[in-house]
Design a protein around this ligand. Structure first.
Ligand code: SF4
Length: 479
């Protein structure tokens, strides 16, 4: 008899659910796991992604109660704990159903998740990237009915062994397959210069980021670890071909740093050019990893928008963030790359952080200046957030510990200026950027086609932008 494996991703945070401008990507861990498990015999694998909105929570509950899954793999964020508890309380045969907890929540708060499910005998927290170890554990379970592998490789409460798995065999992972309905259920809110309706596809070509920015955490990343692992281009080609056949014309790479491996990226661009996919694509990149030759190659393969985390205008703050080992040249590199992108008609988005610990008024003004005058086409500002598992939080243990993603929490002011001043700089920078006449002309030039053919998408972005003033009132004082 076939064994049922249930894969489930919990809902987005309440704040994200209520945000009209939110983006929702597929769950790459669960989709990869689904593809791996499809190769094992005698399994009935069902995936429920609550963030996609494709099904009702009741469908999940019915499936749980009628199909009696042998294993439930739950990907949860930290705010997903009540949902996880609710679903698991409905397991009818706890001694026969194992629960594997994965994702940002269980990785950050393993004890909390284990305590919440302490009445279940078979609960395992698999921190980090779970695909490899879980697929092996499921194969072991199918072959021998035991959970020894997962038992010895999951978080151990008594020794607090902090296992964080990496998907080392990522290069050999099978192609992820989507249905058209599934793809259309994910939303990607970035505008692309386009004169047609955008049909989004999603891909992740690499795992890991070699850099060590001190504010960075898996809470805001898609993958774990510093070691860069790359997906086989043959596999990726199959994924992209399938998406192309489903009508996809815009591709969002979810990689933490797509430019981390130059050779791989050149190969990826060559593959997309040879295949003639014609996607317009967007990705995260670093200004110190791009040059004219690489940007030309990316443009030829359809690159349309690059998002650069440039973070701060002041060298001191850049060093504080460990953003680069050459802080003195960071902004020269950024200017050159943005200028080159403009020549090639690649749009750029600048991502900045405001309010680093001790960041003074002059330093904040430098950041605002860089945001306004570097030449970015789009701008994103974030308040500094001290996540608990960052090098920065470990260095300054006295700081408030935050385990949720920053969209769920009001920002806090750790800077050297008052909350009023910080809010003012945030607000004015946004408004001077988007409402200055030059930028308005540039936006109309870049995005008139996008607005015409993607009007609902545009309205969601616009309403999201109007939400900025509301978000200002939520900035609290330093705890
Ligand atoms: S901020 Fe970006 S470049 Fe820095 S460590 Fe995180 S993912 Fe890597």
């Amino acid at each position: 008899m076939k064994k049922t494996i249930l894969l489930w991703r919990t809902l987005s945070s309440p704040k994200q659910q209520s945000s009209i401008a939110r983006s929702v990507r597929p769950s790459f861990p669960l989709k990869t796991l689904q593809a791996v498990l499809a190769k094992l015999p005698d399994l009935d694998v069902q995936l429920f992604d609550s963030r996609s909105g494709l099904f009702l929570q009741d469908d999940l509950r019915v499936s749980l109660q009628t199909r009696h899954p042998s294993i439930i793999v739950i990907e949860a964020a930290s705010y997903g704990l009540p949902e996880v508890r609710d679903l698991c309380s409905r397991i009818r045969t706890p001694g026969e159903t194992a629960v594997f907890l994965v994702g940002q929540g269980p990785t950050s708060l393993p004890d909390e998740f284990l305590s919440a499910l302490s009445d279940l005998p078979l609960v395992f927290v698999v921190a980090g990237e779970p695909e490899e170890i879980i697929s092996k554990a499921i194969a072991e379970y199918v072959a021998s009915g035991t959970f020894e592998l997962i038992r010895s490789n999951s978080y151990n409460r008594s020794s607090r062994r902090p296992f964080r798995h990496l998907f080392q065999e990522f290069s050999a992972s099978p192609a992820i397959v989507y249905s058209a309905e599934e793809l259309s259920s994910y939303v990607y809110r970035f505008p692309l210069r386009s004169d047609r309706k955008l049909v989004w596809g999603h891909a992740m070509a690499t795992r890991g980021c070699p850099h060590t920015c001190t504010f960075c955490t898996h809470m805001i990343r898609e993958s774990y670890g510093h070691e860069v692992r790359t997906k086989s281009l043959v596999t990726l080609r199959a994924e992209l071909r399938q998406m192309k056949d489903l009508g996809v014309n815009a591709l969002a790479f979810a990689d933490d740093d797509l430019t981390a491996s130059r050779d791989y990226l050149v190969g990826l661009c060559d593959m997309m050019i040879q295949e003639g996919f014609g996607f317009r694509w967007t990705a995260h990149a670093r200004v110190d990893e791009c040059d004219e030759g690489l940007l030309r190659k990316m443009k030829a393969s359809g690159c349309s928008l690059l998002r650069f985390g440039v973070e701060a205008g002041s060298e001191r703050v850049l060093r504080y963030y460990n953003k680069t080992c050459d802080a003195a040249n960071w902004w020269r590199q950024a200017r050159d790359v943005v200028r080159e992108c403009r020549k090639l008609d690649i749009q750029t988005s600048g991502l900045f952080i405001l309010g680093a610990p001790g960041e003074g008024f002059t330093e904040l003004l430098k950041t605002a200046y860089r945001a306004l005058f570097t030449g970015f086409d789009l701008l994103q500002l974030h308040y500094y957030t001290p996540y608990s598992d960052t090098p920065e939080a470990r260095r300054t243990g006295a700081q408030r510990i935050i385990n949720h993603d920053h969209y769920t929490l009001d920002a806090c002011n750790y800077s050297g200026v008052s909350s009023f001043a910080l809010k003012g700089i945030y607000f004015l920078t946004y408004f001077m950027f988007y409402l200055n006449p030059v930028q308005i002309c540039r936006t109309v030039w870049n995005y008139h086609g996008f607005v015409l053919f993607n009007f609902s998408h545009f309205m969601a972005l616009k309403l999201g932008f109007l939400g900025i003033p509301i978000s200002l009132v939520s900035l609290r004082k330093k705890p």
